[in-house]
Ligand binder design. Structure first.
Ligand code: 6PG
Length: 230
C-alpha cells in the first residue's frame, strides 16, 4: 500500500495473533522506557480476536497500561454495540488494568457533550504509544467517514469531535480527530476480510480515504489478510 509498511497474513486469525504480539511488545518497550503504555483501541469486530488473545497474556504489566478509545457509538453504556463494552467483554474485564486507567468515552451523553468531556483525558495522554485502528468497507477509520466534515483550521486543537450522521449505524458517534489519532508513536491498522478489498483498491488508486490519510500521516503499520489484499 502506498506510503505505509504492510504485513500480509494468511487469514484474520493470523492478523489477530500478530497484532496481539505487536501490542504486547510495544507495551514492554514503552513501560521500560517511560513507565507507562498509552493505547487507543479500535472499535468494530476486527480487533476483537486480538483483544481475546491479549486477555490470555500472562507476562503483561497491566498496572502500567492506560487505555483510551478511538471512537464510540452514542448508545447506552451497557448496549452490546458499544465499542467499550465489546473491549471490556473480550479483554479489559478479564485483566487487572486499574479501572481509573481505562478511559471510556461517555457517549451516552450524546455526541457534543461526550466530545467536550473527552478532550481533557486525551490532551493529558498525548502522545499515545499506540493507536489501533480498523477500516470500514468505505475506507472510514474510527468514526471518520469519507465526504464528512473534519475540524476546521481554527479548531485545529480539537482532539475529539462529534459525529452526527455516520453512514455506519448508529448515526451519532464520537471520534478522535486525525490530529489526535496521529499524535502517537505508532499506529497499527488491522484490515481483514474480502469486504475491505474494494476500499484497498481505492486507497492504492490514490483516493484520500480517511484510513489512507491517517495511515500516511502517522507512523503506521498495516496488518492485512489475503482476503482483504485480494
Ligand atoms: C466502529 C469502528 C470502525 C471500525 C470499522 C471496521 O465503531 O465501527 O471504530 O471504525 O473499525 O468500521 O469495522 P469492522 O472491524 O467491524 O469491519
Amino acid at each position: 500500500l502506498s506510503g505505509v509498511d504492510c504485513l500480509l497474513f494468511e487469514d484474520a486469525a493470523a492478523v489477530a495473533e500478530a497484532a496481539a504480539e505487536w501490542i504486547l511488545e510495544q507495551a514492554r518497550r514503552a513501560i521500560a522506557a517511560r513507565g507507562a503504555f498509552r493505547i487507543v483501541l479500535a472499535g468494530g469486530t476486527t480487533p476483537l480476536m486480538a483483544y481475546r488473545r491479549l486477555a490470555q497474556a500472562q507476562s503483561a504489566d497491566w498496572s502500567a497500561w492506560h487505555v483510551y478509545h478511538g471512537d464510540e457509538r452514542c448508545l447506552p453504556a451497557d448496549d452490546a454495540e458499544r465499542n467499550s463494552r465489546a473491549a471490556d467483554q473480550a479483554w479489559l474485564g478479564r485483566v487487572s488494568i486499574p479501572p481509573r486507567q481505562i478511559h471510556v468515552i461517555p457517549a451516552e451523553l450524546g455526541p457534543e457533550a461526550a466530545a467536550l468531556d473527552y478532550q481533557q483525558p486525551v490532551a493529558a495522554a498525548l502522545p499515545f504509544d499506540l493507536v489501533l485502528l480498523g477500516m470500514g468497507e468505505d475506507g472510514h477509520t474510527a468514526s471518520l467517514f469519507p465526504d464528512r466534515p473534519l475540524p476546521s483550521a481554527e479548531q485545529e486543537d480539537t482532539l475529539v469531535m462529534p459525529v452526527q450522521d455516520a453512514p455506519k449505524p448508529p448515526p451519532e458517534r464520537v471520534s478522535l480527530t486525525p490530529r489526535a489519532l496521529c499524535a502517537s508513536r505508532e499506529i497499527l491498522l488491522l484490515i481483514t476480510g474480502a469486504a475491505k478489498h474494494a476500499a484497498l483498491v481505492r486507497w492504492q488508486a490514490g483516493e484520500s480515504l480517511p484510513a489512507a490519510c491517517i495511515a500516511r500521516a502517522g507512523n503506521t503499520t498495516v496488518l492485512l489478510d489475503r482476503a482483504a489484499a485480494g
